[in-house]
Design a binder for this molecule. Structure first.
Ligand code: PGA
Length: 251
């Protein structure tokens, strides 16, 4: 009943030429059935180009970040209204690279989540623990804190129009993915925490796994009962590999 989503997070990669080749490979690789939703999240400057390139196809486009403020004197920032204006569907909020490198805290991530929803876009809320936190058995505590910060300002009802991505920080870009069992345990924890407040929303929300997903491990990760697809970084830059990952979510 939950339609899987595989979203490619291109991070700060690409060029007009590379993006055009990648989008062509994705469009060629689409199977024609709609058992899985495919999305790509290019850097801001390429969003409009990519949106144009996938127009009238099932591929959705998301942004990697957004400003929490609606409009005004915020040099260098991009608002949710602008993302909506050009045709984005998704916006990643709270990616660990934003949290760690750009010092985004739980409260700011929650405000970004709200800003995205106010424009009727769908936030992909990233949560996840560092290696140190996992080793101290704080995984659930950290993920709960990150989720609760959003629930506190947005309310459980807001999660009806959102996607959660569990991305253990130690698995991102390291080649060391969480095992399917490790991912499943945290996904079940997240779903359970949401279901406690609203059983329907907890049951329906898509929870993506992210962190070194590749074609070789996607099948076993997506095969877990609470894993509803993936947020894919490095492997989303290779068209054929990315489409194999999308295929793994379908079966
Ligand atoms: P990765 O990145 O697939 O390269 O590990 C995932 C992410 O950061 O979303």
């Amino acid at each position: 009943m939950r339609r899987p989503l595989v979203a490619g997070n291109w991070k700060m990669h690409g060029s007009r030429a590379e993006n055009s080749a990648l989008v062509s490979a994705i469009l060629q690789g689409l199977s024609g059935d709609d058992g899985v939703e495919v999305a790509v999240c290019p850097p801001f400057v390429y969003l409009a180009d990519v949106i144009r390139a996938v127009k009238d196809t099932p591929v959705a486009v998301g942004a990697q970040n957004v400003c929490a403020e609606p409009v005004g004197a915020f040099t260098g920032e991009v608002s949710s209204a602008m993302l909506r204006d050009i045709g984005c569907k998704y916006v990643i909020v709270g990616h660990s690279e934003r949290r760690q490198i750009y010092r985004e805290d739980d409260a700011l991530v929650a405000r970004k989540f709200l800003a995205v929803q106010q424009q009727k876009l769908t936030p992909i809320l990233c949560v996840g623990e560092t290696l140190e936190e996992r080793e101290k058995t704080e995984t659930e505590h950290v993920v709960a804190r990150q989720l609760d910060a959003v629930l506190a300002v947005a309310g459980i009802g807001a999660l009806a129009q959102a996607v959660v991505a569990y991305e253990p920080v130690w698995a991102i870009g390291t080649g060391k993915n969480a095992t399917p069992e490790q991912a499943q345990a945290v996904h079940a924890f997240i779903r359970g925490r949401l279901a406690r407040q609203d059983a329907n929303i907890g049951g329906a929300i898509r929870i993506l796994y992210g962190g070194s997903v590749k074609a070789a491990n996607a099948g076993e990760l997506f095969g877990m009962p609470d894993v509803d697809g993936g947020l894919v970084g490095g492997a989303s830059l290779k068209g054929e590999e990315f489409m194999r990952i999308c295929g793994a979510a379908r079966s």
